[in-house]
Design a protein around this ligand. Structure first.
Ligand SMILES: [Zn+2]
Ligand SMILES: [Zn+2]
Ligand SMILES: [Zn+2]
Length: 272
């Protein structure tokens, strides 16, 4: 399986909409890896994690074919990860979509946000909704399972990260979380991960509530290692960056390189 990092920014993207800060101005001037869209991932062409307002941009930029999507895993209801408005275009008259439904997996708030915009009949859009439960694996076919683990993010809903497993290889997509609570650390313990993506919203600022920064990513990596949750070949990747952090791609790389941690950018493709 290949994991494509479609977007690697926090909510406002980077350069942020409307923003005149120095970090956004530098990103506009530099372009390339410093231009970041809202966080989401593709697992090959069948499974997507999160569906934010940049989903159509990803579709064009990476030559994706969403008509082939079978599963959409949603982490939480924040608008940068869940933009149900665009799903209305699956209705007849807007798009010609395959009859087999696209399975959407999410929590109560994800469901409510969809219903508020599109109504209660998911089948109108050839969609089938499934409520997730933390720690309960989801069978995505072709030997791939996704297990939602509790994130430490917005306490008003059950935000999750997904632990993905296929053919004995395991990845954790850990964006939109601060320092995990003990049940999550325990769940992940003693089961080695091969790839870990971790939230780095705060950049050089060391906060660990709701999100993480650079120091938090290193500390989380060490915690995984301590708990036997990192395979010897494990690749740790920092992602979900905010312009408010201020460090551009090169500065982030300078910090992370000595720790052996990779800095994600839009379009990064990692084999699992
Ligand atoms: Zn986010
Ligand atoms: Zn800015
Ligand atoms: Zn969020």
């Amino acid at each position: 399986m290949k994991i494509l990092f479609c977007g690697t920014a926090a909510a406002e993207a980077w350069p942020a909409l409307f923003c005149a800060c120095a970090a956004c101005q530098r990103a506009r001037a530099l372009g390339g890896k410093d231009v970041r869209s809202r966080a989401a991932y593709m697992l090959d062409s069948r499974v997507r994690v999160d569906f934010g307002p940049d989903s159509n941009l990803h579709h064009h930029r990476y030559g994706l074919a969403y008509e082939r999507l079978e599963h959409l895993l949603v982490t939480h209801s924040h608008a940068d990860h869940w933009f149900p408005m665009d799903l209305q275009y699956r209705r007849p008259g807007f798009s010609v979509v395959p009859e087999t439904p696209l399975h959407v997996w999410g929590n109560e708030k994800v469901e409510a946000a969809f219903v508020a915009v599109n109504g209660e009949d998911w089948s109108l859009y050839a969609l089938e909704f499934h409520r997730i439960a933390p720690w309960q694996p989801i069978d995505l076919g072709e030997g791939l399972t996704a297990t939602p683990v509790l994130a430490a993010h917005d306490r008003s809903e059950e935000c999750v990260n997904y632990r993905l497993e296929q053919a004995g290889r395991v990845a954790l997509l850990g964006h939109d979380t601060g320092w995990y609570d003990e049940p999550t650390w325990e769940f992940l313990s003693q089961r080695p991960l091969n790839l870990v993506a971790l939230d780095c919203t705060y950049g050089p600022r060391d906060h660990r509530r709701g999100h993480l920064g650079c120091e938090g990513v290193v500390a989380a990596r060490d915690e995984f290692a301590k708990r036997g949750a990192l395979a010897p070949d494990a690749q740790v990747i920092a992602t979900h960056f905010s312009h408010n952090g201020g460090w551009l791609h090169e500065e982030l790389e300078r910090f992370f390189a000595p720790h052996g941690i990779l800095v994600a950018y839009d379009g990064l493709k990692m084999p699992l």
